[in-house]
Ligand binder design. Structure first.
Ligand code: HEC
Length: 98
């Protein structure tokens, strides 16, 4: 019994601390749409359907200033506090939005 409880608490702890793409994406949805289906501020590409790699590359690029169009200044503050795990979680979430 003790062992079961211990395992259960481990599972809970993991789900609390793991980066959650769906939760992280809520801030992005304001501009990109709930299903990533909108061109943000009518300017960005529609990111729904992008691969995990493409999204990861774009987000890391906004972070280090190597990627972006005329409105990249809008994205820089969105990504600057994201950890590598957050970016991974976001990218895999966005790539599966239908
Ligand atoms: C304030 C509105 C806004 C928010 C919030 C926002 N974005 Fe963006 N996003 C933009 C704009 C505008 C662009 C196009 C910027 C440019 O010119 O490169 C963009 C571009 C992108 C791109 C690349 C698309 C392209 O056109 O090259 C990705 C990927 C992206 N955003 C993901 C995200 C993620 C993930 C979040 C949440 C962490 C987020 N965005 C939050 C406005 C926003």
């Amino acid at each position: 019994m003790k062992k079961v409880l211990f395992l259960a608490s481990l599972v809970c702890a993991t789900s609390i601390f793991a980066a959650d793409g769906a939760t992280l994406f809520k801030t992005c949805a304001t501009c990109h749409g709930a299903k990533a289906e909108k061109p943000a501020l009518n300017k960005s590409q529609v990111i729904a359907g992008w691969s995990t790699d493409k999204i990861t590359a774009a987000l890391n690029g906004y972070k280090d200033g190597t990627y972006g169009g005329p409105l990249k200044g809008t994205m820089t503050p969105q990504v600057k506090n994201l950890s590598a795990d957050d970016i991974k979680a976001l990218a895999s979430y966005i790539s599966t939005i239908k």
